[in-house]
Write a protein that binds this ligand. Structure first.
Ligand SMILES: C[S@@+](CC[C@H](N)C(=O)[O-])C[C@H]1O[C@@H](n2cnc3c(N)ncnc32)[C@H](O)[C@@H]1O
Length: 228
């Protein structure tokens, strides 16, 4: 995994902030040791603060992996809240199911198995928080669905938006194989920062996190705005 901040800063942030406790902490340690691409500790801590403040009841996650972030987000739900999480990779989902059972969260976490590109159009929502942490090249395609599924006052949290810091370089100075993703991520960042229904901030933490607060309803394509 690539990080935007340097190794010294990462090591410091991981010393000063504790790992999670209980079974969630065990899953976090196991995943990091096995190099499963879960969110790093500093990103997880930011997620914890955001969810404590936002108090969501329904959360949608795109990118389950082994269930670490889904388990983490459950800590901030009320009794009747749920996390719905999507992944297409059976190898990960096999471990996610085991981990969800270990955490005793079978009734809180609902897994939807398949490609988010196929599943998102079938969802009705609303979800108070959407955590997007999947294939970066598809973020632009997922965005209209995420915005449709968020109510006004909802929060879209997007991980891995800065391509290990190379997003700040010109497209031609990144290796050729990374250029398509570079271009798509830049377009995605432009869209979320120029949408007047969103209040957006891009934070250089982990591999970059974008926070998008939905301030008002977004007209569907072809729908007339009031002032037109
Ligand atoms: C970075 S990992 C998610 C880590 C997890 N959120 C955590 O922190 O514990 C990304 C996951 O997204 C899944 N993924 C990527 N693209 C996807 C897609 N189009 N549809 C469904 N899942 C996808 C991958 O299989 C992988 O398990």
């Amino acid at each position: 995994m690539n990080y935007v901040t340097d190794d010294t800063m990462n090591a410091y942030l991981r010393t000063v902030q504790p790992m999670y406790d209980g079974v969630l902490g065990e899953i976090q340690r196991e995943a990091l040791a096995a190099e499963v691409p879960i969110i790093p500790l500093e990103t997880a801590r930011l997620l914890s603060v955001l969810l404590t403040m936002h108090k969501p009841k329904q959360i949608l996650e795109i990118g389950t992996a082994v269930g670490f972030s889904a388990g983490l987000m459950c800590r901030y739900l009320p009794e009747d809240g749920t996390v719905t999480t999507i992944d297409r990779f059976e190898v990960m989902l096999k471990d996610a199911r085991v981990n969800i059972k270990r955490m005793g969260l079978e009734n809180k976490i609902k897994i939807l198995e398949g490609d988010a590109a196929d599943i998102l159009p079938t969802l009705e929502g609303p979800y108070d928080v959407i955590f997007l942490d999947a294939a970066k090249g598809q973020y632009g395609n997922f965005l209209p669905h995420c915005l449709r599924l968020l109510p006004v006052g909802g929060l879209l949290i997007v991980d891995d938006v800065l391509q290990g810091g190379t997003i700040a370089q010109t497209r031609f100075s990144v290796p050729r194989r990374q250029r398509t993703i570079h271009k798509r991520l830049r377009n995605f960042l432009w869209e979320i920062t120029h949408n007047d229904a969103l209040e957006t901030s891009i934070i250089p933490i982990g591999d970059g996190m974008a926070l998008c607060y939905k301030k008002k309803e977004i007209p569907l394509e072809g729908e007339q705005k009031d002032d037109e």
